[in-house]
Design a protein around this ligand. Structure first.
Ligand SMILES: [Zn+2]
Length: 149
């Protein structure tokens, strides 16, 4: 187990089931970036790209993801930024902060998918997001959409 400090990237159509540590797998087709947790635990971390999830910056040589990645549902609870292919570890959040962040994220998604609710960008409020990799497995948005409409 060793912390990743530098990441490379690979543009793929499908995310491979066997992934190398230190590689960001980018699927533009599915608007998703997947990597093994940078703390070294190797857990799968899924960061969907969308207006209410992450945005990716590709400068031709390296990748940045915004906001930071808070792996609260992983045992390691690691929290880091990926900026220009470099990993910058941030402090872990308290349980209260995590709960508040989750609530804010849900509000932001509801706002985004609703005509009437105010559009809140949780990224601007908290500056951190929790990957849905283990918790919701990507069906979350579809279920939320169905519930709202
Ligand atoms: Zn980890």
């Amino acid at each position: 187990m060793s912390h990743q400090v530098a990441l490379t990237h690979e543009f793929v159509e499908f995310i491979p089931s066997i992934r190398q540590d230190g590689v960001l797998y980018v699927s533009m087709k599915y608007a998703t970036v997947v990597h093994n947790c940078c703390c070294g635990c190797g857990s799968k971390v899924v960061t969907p790209l969308s207006p209410t999830d992450w945005k990716m910056i590709y400068d031709g040589g390296s990748i940045s993801l915004d906001p930071s990645i808070g792996n609260w549902s992983l045992p390691c609870k690691s929290h880091y930024w990926i900026t220009q292919g470099r990993v910058h570890f941030a402090r872990q959040w308290s349980r209260g902060e995590i709960e508040a962040g989750r609530a804010q994220d849900l509000l932001a998604k509801q706002g985004y998918f609703s005509e009437t609710a105010p559009h809140v960008d949780s990224r601007q409020i908290s500056g951190v997001k929790e990957p849905t990799g283990r918790r919701a497995k990507g069906g979350f948005l579809r279920r939320l959409w169905k519930r709202l409409f």
